[in-house]
Design a protein. Structure first.
Lengths: 171, 88
């Protein structure tokens, strides 16, 4: 079943179609939020809220962009709302649970630590472009930033990551 | 760390398939949908009872005694019916 058909069916209230959409995109949304929040549990809670919101707001999705991009935009907006509501918790990266994403726990932890050296905008841009494979253009739409700004955030963020991970190869 | 190595790190640290998460989301979506439906049905029943109240002279007297005019009652019924339709 293709994605457009699933989106149309989910808009009409089909839960199985929506479940297929969740299954297809959960990795992107959770991965993006994990890199932003720095806390796997908190990110998964936010991701759940994002999908619940997506179910209710599916009618707002316009086929001009990709569904993945729309979901990431919803996720980014939800993250910013959450951070505004609870700035202290969002800042407390040191208190995060450090639950590894999957696969290689050491790499996930090294990467998470390195990501904390980035500014929030750089982290969001890097998370979308490197972490979730979005193009710079898609990331610009998700983040509501000009394309040039996103490219600049990605470039500077990459420099910082490389510096933070300089000892990785030897380890 | 080269660009390719950095990309590989992200790929290896990416979130894979997660059945429990999907099940959790779907349970929440279903629960919220059911709650909304229940509220909609309750409002629909309320609207129906109000209609009966307007139609039956005795109930209508009670309704008017509560200080609400017929116009307000019709408005409430209309809102209830609209919400019901919207929720279901």
């Amino acid at each position: 079943v293709n994605e457009d058909a699933d989106i149309a069916a989910a808009r009409d209230g089909s839960l199985p179609a929506f479940e297929r959409l969740v299954r297809r995109h959960q990795g992107v949304v959770r991965g993006f939020l994990r890199r932003l929040a720095g806390d796997a549990d908190q990110a998964d809670d936010l991701a759940q809220e994002v999908f619940v919101l997506a179910w209710r707001k599916l009618g707002d999705f316009e086929a001009r962009g990709t569904f993945r991009g729309w979901l990431c935009r919803v996720a980014y907006t939800r993250f910013l709302q959450h951070r505004r509501a609870d700035l202290a918790r969002a800042r407390a990266h040191s208190a995060r649970s450090d639950v590894p994403a999957s696969g290689n726990a050491d790499i996930a932890l090294d990467l998470d630590r390195a990501m904390t050296t980035l500014s929030e905008d750089q982290r969001a841009a890097i998370a979308l472009c490197y972490g979730e494979g979005l193009s710079h253009g898609e990331a610009a739409e998700v983040l509501g930033m000009p394309l040039g700004t996103v490219k600049s955030h990605v470039a500077r963020g990459r420099e910082k990551l490389v510096a933070a991970l300089s000892g990785w190869r030897a380890a | 760390v080269t660009d390719e190595e950095l990309q590989r790190m992200f790929d290896r640290a990416s979130v894979g398939p997660d059945g429990p998460f999907v099940a959790r989301v779907m349970a929440e979506v279903t629960s919220r949908r059911d709650r909304r439906r229940a509220w909609g049905q309750a409002l629909g029943w309320t609207a129906g009872v109000l209609c009966l109240g307007l139609a039956g002279p005795e109930l209508r007297e009670l309704w008017l005694a509560a200080g609400l005019s017929s116009v307000a009652a019709v408005g409430l019924v209309a809102i209830g019916a609209w919400v019901y339709a919207e929720q279901t």
